[in-house]
Design a protein around this ligand. Structure first.
Ligand code: IZC
Ligand code: ZN
Length: 418
């Protein structure tokens, strides 16, 4: 028996996108499908793949452990490329206001919304935030997530932004799930800077961002480019400063109003523009030309009662589409990425193959993990799911259930349903 080596046998369908770059247009819908397949995992990586009932020699000789997939579907681990997973408290107290007609931005302008979560996050200790978010991450893992992007942005000052980012770092160290940190100090204008958004952006640029960089706490810089939050020129400023320091750009663009966020993403060649509910043709064109990934968040449209992003148009225009949750206490209190998968089918009218690419390879590209994860190919990390389903169509349409049977992360079984 060779240690550090095992095989997944009896895979009914092995379905995966291929490569290390974001797939667009028809390519987004091209998945490799192998039947009656087997994967050999060695030292946490994918070492061999066979199909058509052919067994690798080490399996035939009984030289390694085997996991029997019993004819089920196997895919890469899911990647949630947009979350705000580290936060204090919740916002269920907003429900009556919302039922009476207050909008997301009404609540924020009245000092609630994100600012309410900021107060609760500032009050929480690093350990409290860590314990709470570790439980979320575990829950996501049992639902198939093996890599998760997490944004700061509920501290909005030096001390509490760093506290949040340190929690994200600890999660990466202590959870089997890989986490990717995004600095989003420009998430809202804190009370201390009310009416002084430019000064707040300067403070973030000159003080907080350099410290985040010095401590190596984030890979990406994001900004809430939105009506009554940060305008295009303020957004450009913080992203440029981040870029100067080596942080790649992401933009919350056109979630509620179209104020030019998608065009800015194109202009800055951002890695991704996220939400894009209100994006028009011009913004899409700029994104397509610059190869910006659209990170779409259908559960936010569901929860806010907003239209759904125009995913089909984006795919037709050659924009690579990723799909994520947006897990946060205000506009998406769900961390279930399988629900986003189902909404992508039902509301975006994406095809199952396009959706699989959106939650694996394209999401990996959106978080800079395209060389390590996002596909089942020799040399990539063994981040693998065995589903309680024969095919990915079933995963897409059986919304509401957790259909993940087994989760393998870096070659370790981290969830197994007997
Ligand atoms: O806490 O409301 N949209 N930021 C931008 C969010 C949603 C998270 C929140
Ligand atoms: Zn968000």
């Amino acid at each position: 028996m060779r240690s550090g080596e095992f095989a997944i046998i009896n895979i009914g369908t092995l379905q995966t996108p291929k490569g290390t770059s974001a797939l667009r247009a028809e390519e987004q819908g091209q998945n490799l499908k192998l039947y009656n397949a087997c994967i050999v995992v060695k030292d946490g990586k994918i070492a061999k793949i066979t199909s058509g009932g052919t067994l690798p020699d080490i399996v035939k000789c009984g030289q390694c452990k085997v996991i029997d997939a019993n004819g089920a579907l196997v895919t890469p681990g899911l990647i949630d490329c947009h979350t705000h997973l580290v936060f204090g408290g919740w916002r269920q107290q907003e429900i009556p206001m919302k039922i009476k007609g207050a909008t997301y931005l009404d609540i924020l302008k009245a000092g609630g919304g994100i600012l309410d979560t900021v107060r609760k996050t500032r009050e929480a200790t690093e350990d409290e935030l860590f314990i709470k978010s570790m439980a979320f991450l575990n829950e996501m893992m049992t639902m198939g997530v093996t890599t998760c992007e997490i944004k700061s942005g509920y501290g909005l000052n030096m001390k509490d932004e760093i506290k949040q980012l340190k929690v994200i770092k600890r999660l990466n160290e202590e959870s089997p799930v890989d986490t990717v940190a995004t600095f989003m100090g420009a998430h809202a204008i804190p009370d201390e800077y009310k009416g002084r958004a430019d000064e707040y952006i300067d403070m973030l640029s000159n003080e907080v961002l350099p410290e985040v960089k010095a401590q190596g706490l984030a890979e990406f810089c994001d900004v809430f480019c939105e009506d009554s939050v940060f305008d295009v020129s303020q957004s450009r400023k913080i992203l440029e400063k981040g870029r100067e320091l080596g942080l790649r750009s992401k933009i919350h663009a056109d979630e509620i109003e179209e104020i030019g966020g998608a065009s800015l993403a194109g202009e800055m060649k951002a890695v991704s523009a996220e939400h894009l509910i209100a994006t028009g043709e011009n913004g899409m064109k700029k994104m397509s030309e610059a190869g910006v990934i659209a990170a779409l968040l259908p559960q936010t449209s569901l929860y806010l009662g907003k239209p759904y992003a125009k995913a089909r148009e984006m795919i037709n225009m050659g924009i690579p589409v990723a799909v994520a949750t947006d897990f946060n206490p205000g506009s998406c209190p769900s961390l279930n990425l399988q629900m986003s998968i189902s909404l992508a089918l039902m509301k975006y009218k994406m095809l199952p193959e396009e959706i699989l690419t959106a939650v694996t390879l394209n999401a990996a590209c959106a978080v800079g993990r395209e060389n390590a994860a996002g596909t089942i190919e020799i040399g990539k990390a063994a981040d693998i799911l065995i589903w309680n389903a024969p095919d990915f169509e079933t995963v897409c349409y059986r919304f509401g259930s957790n259909l993940v049977h087994t989760v393998i992360k870096n070659g370790e079984i981290v969830k197994y349903n007997s």
